[in-house]
Write a protein that binds this ligand. Structure first.
Ligand SMILES: NC(=O)C1=CN([C@@H]2O[C@H](COP(=O)(O)OP(=O)(O)OC[C@H]3O[C@@H](n4cnc5c(N)ncnc54)[C@H](OP(=O)(O)O)[C@@H]3O)[C@@H](O)[C@H]2O)C=CC1
Ligand SMILES: O=C(O)C1=N[C@H](C(=O)O)C[C@H](O)C1
Length: 272
């Protein structure tokens, strides 16, 4: 049995992950953690997953080390918010517990610190901005396509629900990194985040990133390659969070065979 701790256990992703783990025969939720001073402490995590009591009380992230130790958790799954997640990664790795992280919106410095903590403590990890299989194929297509269409204008559009806190989405930022790398350009120099006012003509080098927020959109990502007289659009749409949750379940089965001290990605999990 894989013993799993879940942070953000009452959130959209966290509660779905608790529910899905509860349906598996080879894994169990042993700890469910929410934010510091959470009013949810002591309530059963199953309540938020819509499955009734599972015998795991929500605990306060201030008690993380104690919770990990007393529950015997082998791996922690984190879908929260970047600053909180960075702190959780540091404390969890120091406890020798493996990590699966889907939280997005890390600064470059936070991402580097996350990798350093994983290396320093020699724990196993899977960190990725999108756990769906479709998006991983989408990223692969961008990698293959960009060198062929390297003189086309490239723009990225993402759309998400009105509760999302970070922009552009982690998935869009990963797409931007892939495209920039393939073009041999520094992402720092070429990203244009929305346009307003007399911004002048588009330069051939720049890549625009545009974020739409509304209602209950689960997650749409489109990359446009626009030439003279034609354009190609590569689009992925998530219809349900189940696509991310299924990827997390695969990552839970994979993580123990991951290389210690390294940040593995969903590509390692899927072998693509
Ligand atoms: N990689 C992927 O495939 C995917 C990534 N995501 C990312 O996952 C993250 C979460 O998304 P979502 O579930 O929609 O967000 P939610 O806001 O629904 O859930 C986040 C949860 O984390 C809780 N939380 C905040 N701080 C802490 C802390 N220090 N310790 C424990 N829990 C904490 C929040 O509590 P409170 O509400 O009280 O603040 C909330 O319950 C986002 O960064 C999102 O972009 C989402 C989907 C897929
Ligand atoms: O916040 C979300 O909901 C999502 N976040 C991830 C991101 O920022 O890319 C993945 C997915 O698009 C849903």
């Amino acid at each position: 049995m894989i013993k799993v701790a879940v942070t953000g256990a009452a959130g959209r992703m966290g509660s779905g992950i608790v529910k899905k783990i509860n349906e598996q025969e080879d894994m169990e939720v042993v700890a469910a953690i929410e934010m510091p001073d959470t009013p949810l402490a002591g309530k059963d995590a199953g309540e938020f997953a819509g499955i009734g009591p599972i015998g795991v009380e929500i605990s306060d992230s201030k008690d993380l080390e104690e919770t990990l130790k007393s529950s015997g958790a082998e791996v922690l799954v984190d879908f929260t918010i970047a600053p909180a997640s960075a702190e959780t990664i540091k404390r969890t790795a120091a406890c020798g517990v493996n990590l699966i992280v889907g939280t997005t919106g890390f600064t470059e410095e936070q991402s580097k610190n996350n990798a350093d903590e994983i290396k320093k403590n020699n724990v196993k990890s899977v960190i990725t901005t999108n756990f769906s299989i479709g998006v991983n194929v989408f990223w692969k297509v961008l990698k293959d396509l960009t060198p062929i269409l390297n003189d086309f204008d490239i723009e990225i559009i993402e759309a998400h629900h009105n509760q999302k806190q970070d922009a552009p989405s982690g998935t869009a930022m990963t797409a931007f990194e892939i495209i920039s790398n393939q073009l041999g350009r520094n992402p720092e120099d070429i990203g244009v985040y929305g346009r307003k006012g007399h911004v002048g003509k588009r330069t051939p080098e720049e890549i625009g990133l545009h974020s739409i927020r509304g209602g209950d959109i689960v997650g749409d990502h489109t990359v446009l390659y626009v030439g003279d007289g034609e354009r190609l659009e590569i689009k992925h749409q998530a219809h349900t969070r189940q696509v991310f949750i299924s990827g997390v379940i695969r990552a839970l089965r994979y993580v123990n065979s991951a290389e210690p001290g390294k940040v593995s990605t969903i590509n390692d999990v899927l072998g693509i």
